[in-house]
Structures are given as C-alpha cells and as structure tokens.
Design a protein around this ligand. Structure first.
Ligand code: NDP
Length: 297
C-alpha cells in the first residue's frame, strides 16, 4: 500500500479562507474586526519565526494582530500587568502567550491570567475543563488541526481505535479528548508505555506527538491506518523531521501527514478560526460553523 498524503497546505488554505469570509461577515454585519494579541518574551529564534507566521496568517485573513515583543528580562509581574490590560481591552478578542517563556516566569501563572473568552490557544484550565466535560470551548489548535485532517481524509473517528502517542497538555491529552468526543475508542501512550509498537499496531488512527524523529516506523503501524504526525524535530541536516518515519510508514498506512507541510500549517490555520470565533462569540453572530464543535463545520 502507498499512503495518500493529507496535504496540510491545501487544507490550511481552506480553513484560512473560511476565517477570512467570517471576518468579512463580522465587519459588514457587526462593524468589528477580529483582533489577536500575541505576547512574545525574549528572543528564542523558533518563537520569533512562529510569531511572524501568526502575523502573516492574520494579515492574510483580515484579522488585526498586535504583537508585543518584550525583552527577556521582563518580570512575571510586568507580563501579568500587560495581560490584564489586554484582558480589559474590548477591541482585543484573542490573547496568546508564545511558549516557552524565560525560566524566571511560571507559564501556568501566565496562562491562567488569560480570560477564557479570549483563550484562543485553548490552554487555560477553564478551556481544558470544558473540553474534558464536552462543553463548548476553544480547542487547542494542534489537536483541532489533527481532527480536521482526519475528517478531510474522509475518515470518521467514530468506532475506530485511536492511539495517541504523547500526553502533553497542549497536544496529546486534548487530542485524546477530542477523539473521544468524536466517539473513537482512545488509548494514550507515553514514555512509560512498555510495548509501544504493540499498542500502535492496534490503531486505526495513530497520532504521534512525542518530539523524537522517526520514532514510529512501518512495523508499528496497522495496514490501512491513518497516521497523523505532529512531531517537529530539527535534524542534524538542518531539516524538519516528524515523529513518523515517512518512508516505511507510508508503505503501510492508508493516509499520512507530511512534515513539513502537515499539522504545523493546520495549527496556524486553526488559530485564525479560534480568533474569529472569539470575536463572533461577542456578537452572537452565526458564522455558519459551530463554536460548540469547532472541528465539524
Ligand atoms: P512534550 O515534550 O510536552 O510531550 C512529549 C510526550 O511524548 C510526553 O507525553 C512523553 O511522555 C512522550 N514520550 C517521550 N518519549 C516517548 C517514547 N519514547 N515513547 C512514547 N512516548 C514518549 O511535547 P509536546 O506535546 O509539546 O510536542 C510533541 C511534539 O510535537 C514535538 O516535536 C513538538 O515540537 C511538536 N509540536 C508540533 C506542533 C505542530 O503544530 N505541528 C505543535 C506543538 C508541538 P511522558 O509524559 O511520559 O514524559
């Protein structure tokens, strides 16, 4: 078997076009332009690239972006004060704090200060709790992008066995909850899972979110499985590699996402949709896609 590629570039463009149309609706019918505020502390080169990408996406969708580039020595109190200002600013609809933060700042304290209605990354405990309970919420962008890619492949998660490798709060756990919400039977693996290969081989849908290049190989994949590669690993060759060994896995899977050109682009696109939804929620405007179930629209 030679797996079909789920093209993140094409899908991300579709999602961004949907966001751009929604922006037009909000402007024409309600006179508001969605606005995303991004806080970047320090000079981590990867973070700077990610933030520039978000600025570009906002511009492409007609979303206003405000990027606050703060020096590495910014104190936690200063950052919290900035957040409080943005929380109170009615013209700002979404707030995002670019991670990682410098070591002297506690990420939880900062994330917790984002009001749930502006939490377009879906990282606050309120958003996480709502996702756990199956309530309307902002879904973290990467898992939302993964689900969108699975659906775009024409695969319905309902009744399937989904295996998620990785249990971080921003990818693995929310991906598992989202799959559960879509009626998959879900297994979550992590660094203490004794026989990872055996568990992965039972997956109809396999999501790898670990951060170890080439961890998932063809012999770990059930023939015909859908494989979603979240991993982003910079190789010694300077190139980006996923957690999935593309060559061996694509010989076994039915669908596979590439790295680069896969989940990363979808993550960025879903952020645009979450931002538009944050603005729309203030107006009660029906954008034609559901805030209750953001990956089905
Ligand atoms: P974390 O480091 O927070 O979590 C990694 C997870 O992988 C942990 O749960 C860990 O287990 C598990 N793990 C580590 N080693 C193994 C192993 N040998 N076998 C099974 N599980 C293992 O990473 P993130 O979730 O933040 O990110 C994961 C990857 O996804 C990274 O490459 C990151 O760069 C990428 N990423 C990509 C995004 C995108 O848009 N495409 C967005 C966000 C992340 P344990 O809990 O036991 O330690």
């Amino acid at each position: 078997m030679s797996a079909k590629i789920i093209d993140g570039k094409v899908l991300a463009e579709e999602v961004k076009q949907m966001a751009a149309l929604a922006v037009q609706t909000l402007q024409q019918q309600h006179g508001i332009t969605p606005c995303l505020a991004v806080l970047l502390v320090g000079d981590d080169p990867a973070s700077q690239v990610y933030v520039r990408g978000k600025e570009n996406d906002c511009a492409a969708c007609g979303i206003a972006s405000r990027v606050y580039r703060l020096p590495a020595q910014t104190t936690q109190a200063e950052l919290l004060a900035r957040l409080a200002d943005l929380a109170a600013d009615d013209t700002v609809h979404g707030i995002l704090v670019q991670l990682p933060l410098p070591r002297h700042i506690a990420p939880d304290a900062v994330i917790n200060a984002i009001p749930p209605e502006k939490d377009v990354d879906g990282f606050t405990p309120v958003s996480a709790g709502r996702l756990l309970r199956g309530e309307p919420c902002f879904v973290p962008c990467t898992p939302a992008g993964c689900l969108r890619m699975i659906e775009a492949a024409g695969v319905c998660a309902e009744g399937k066995h989904a295996v998620v490798v990785g249990r971080s709060n921003i990818v693995g756990k929310p991906a598992a909850l989202l799959l559960l919400r879509h009626n998959a039977t879900v297994t979550v693996c992590h660094s203490r899972t004794p026989d990872l290969a055996a568990v992965c081989r039972t997956a109809d849908i396999l999501i790898a979110a670990v951060g170890k290049a080439g961890l998932i190989t063809g012999d770990m994949v059930k023939p015909g499985a859908v494989v979603i590669d979240v991993g982003i690993n910079r190789g010694a060759d300077g190139k980006l590699h996923g957690d999935v060994d593309f060559e061996s896995v694509s010989a076994v899977a039915s669908y596979i996402t590439p790295v680069p050109g896969g989940v990363g682009l979808m993550t960025r696109a879903m952020l645009m949709l979450n931002t538009v939804q944050a603005a729309a929620a203030k107006t009660g405007c029906d954008l034609g896609f559901s805030v209750k179930n953001p990956v089905r629209f």
